[in-house]
Ligand binder design. Structure first.
Ligand SMILES: C[S@@+](CC[C@H](N)C(=O)[O-])C[C@H]1O[C@@H](n2cnc3c(N)ncnc32)[C@H](O)[C@@H]1O
Length: 216
């Protein structure tokens, strides 16, 4: 069992994503259809509050903001300064149509309550956030501020079965420069699924990626 409760190595994260931030949006372009699918799977309604955990450069923000509208709220959690800077710039430049709170913190320590007040979030997105999903502390902290029955969607890379070696070559190459630890890629959603009332997982991209939809 993965019990990666230690705090993320912020230096390692800043080094990894600080380097990638400038080209990140281009690198992630092929992922756009899966991102749209993940956001749609959250089934967001106008006025709802959604957490974007490991928000990166904010590529999910336009879709999330559009779904919750001006009376809703998006809470973007991101510890890497360079990635967060771009997310903030995106929200300024794109007039996203919903208020966004930026929490410059790791998911393990994010001050969710400061943004949520007395409320709880309706939904949470973990999009290509393998490091977060391997941390029980990060998951429990985020799930604690979700309403009972709150919707959760996660998507990311996962090892394919061994008879799909090209898929695994792709996972190896992509993961090598997007995660700080490779373990858990056989079933990245294991710890999250264990904390859901219900969850279903589907595979995508010749089994090199997955999409989980669940309820807390
Ligand atoms: C592959 S990027 C995905 C970014 C974004 N979700 C997207 O869809 O493009 C992974 C992000 O997770 C962030 N991350 C890593 N560990 C984290 C943690 N413990 N808490 C919150 N975010 C974390 C990284 O800094 C990085 O921006």
């Amino acid at each position: 069992m993965n019990t990666h409760d230690e705090r993320p190595a912020l230096q390692a994260l800043n080094a990894l994503y600080g380097r990638r931030a400038a080209v990140y949006d281009y690198e992630l372009m092929p992922v756009a259809p899966l991102r749209r699918e993940a956001i749609a799977a959250l089934d967001l309604q106008p006025g709802e509050t959604v957490l974007d955990i490991g928000a990166g450069t904010g590529l999910s923000l336009p879709g999330l903001c559009e779904a919750v509208g001006p009376n809703g709220r998006v809470i973007a959690v991101e510890p890497c300064e360079a990635m967060m800077r771009q997310a903030r710039e995106r929200s300024r430049a794109d007039h996203l149509g919903a208020p966004v709170d930026f929490l410059a913190a790791a998911a393990q320590d994010a001050p969710y309550e400061a943004a949520l007040g007395e409320r709880r979030a309706d939904a949470a997105l973990f999009f290509f956030t393998h490091d977060v999903l391997q941390s029980i502390a990060a998951l429990e902290r985020a799930l604690a501020v979700l309403k009972p029955g709150g919707r959760v969607v996660a998507a990311g890379l996962a090892w394919a079965p061994p008879w799909l070696p090209l898929s695994n070559l792709f996972v190896l190459g992509a993961a090598a420069h997007s995660v700080t630890r490779m373990d858990g890629l056989d079933c990245p959603w294991r710890q999250l699924e264990a904390r859901m009332k219900e969850a279903e997982v589907e595979r995508r991209w010749l089994a090199s990626a997955y999409l989980l939809r669940g309820r807390r």
